[in-house]
Design a protein around this ligand. Structure first.
Ligand code: NAP
Length: 248
């Protein structure tokens, strides 16, 4: 089967590393992104250099009209999607719950929970044998925060990833008999620009001493787990989670 992957938030960090690894593994690739055209074009050029057929599509992965257009472009330009990585995510400034605005809470939940649900919906409309598809695999990028709760920092973010994990479990069972596997990865502290959003760009370096393995993780180390879960090597895995937290 031809392998066609959609990576939401594929232009930077973990998503970009996933796109590069997917290129080496023979996927046709859609790099979705939200705002940073230059970053998307850079990753697009890199995956094409590796020989992959690829497109970059700007779309807010948490807005259904934009998700519909994204999937339609993939249908027309790359063929039916076989793999979805729900990677796009956001986080607010470190703070206590009393200080969190309604705007922030809605944004975190919409981006981290509703977006992956919408993208999964439109992937299943194409992948599920129930809908005439040939099957496929979905990986949701969660966080160890779902287990730890992130008190005094961002319990809203941790709760959004907890919701994403429950969605992974339920959806995996819902579509297990329809040729679609659904799994999750839970990264710990990974060196990406994500931490600037929470107000501390050097966060991973500062917290390294408290990580059992004594170091932060690299985006490629998460990408390896994502690509494994998507591959036929993980053919009996669904509703499962791989933690990539260096022991946290
Ligand atoms: P990152 O380097 O900040 O990259 C985020 C990516 O998501 C960018 O490509 C960004 O595109 C895109 N994006 C954000 N909102 C979007 C939206 N609404 N629609 C489409 N794309 C959107 O982040 P990262 O560290 O790679 O994080 C990726 C995922 O891993 C997130 O779900 C995050 O929660 C999770 N995670 C990260 C860590 C960590 O330590 N880094 C740990 C645990 C979990 P633009 O640049 O165009 O906005």
């Amino acid at each position: 089967m031809d392998k066609v992957i959609i990576i939401t938030g594929g232009s930077r960090g973990i998503g970009a590393a996933t796109a590069l690894l997917a290129a080496r593994q023979g996927y046709r690739i859609c790099i979705n992104y939200h705002a940073d055209d230059q970053a998307a074009q850079r990753v697009l050029a890199q995956v094409r250099e590796l020989g992959a057929e690829a497109i970059a599509v700007r779309a807010d992965a948490s807005v259904e009209d934009e998700v519909i257009s994204l999937f339609q472009r993939v249908d027309h330009e790359l063929g039916p999607v076989t793999a979805l990585v729900n990677n796009a995510g956001t986080i607010g400034q470190q703070s206590r719950v009393e200080e969190m605005s309604e705007f922030r809470l809605l944004k975190v939940m919409k981006t981290n929970v509703v977006g992956p649900m919408l993208c999964a919906k439109h992937a299943l409309m194409r992948m599920s044998t129930r809908n005439g598809g040939k099957g496929g695999a979905i990986v949701n990028v969660s966080s160890v925060a779902a287990r730890l709760g992130s008190p005094n920092e961002y319990v809203d973010y941790a709760a959004s990833k907890g919701a994403l994990d429950t969605f992974t479990l339920g959806l995996a069972k819902e579509v297990a008999g329809e040729g679609v596997r659904v799994n999750g990865v839970r990264p710990g502290y990974i060196f990406t620009d994500f931490h600037a959003l929470s107000g501390d760009p050097d966060r991973v370096r500062k917290l390294e001493p408290g990580i059992p393995m004594g170091r932060g993780g690299q985006a490629q180390e998460v990408a390896e787990a994502i690509l494994w879960l998507l591959s036929d090597k993980a053919s009996y895995s669904t509703g499962s989670f791989l933690d990539l937290g260096g022991g946290r």
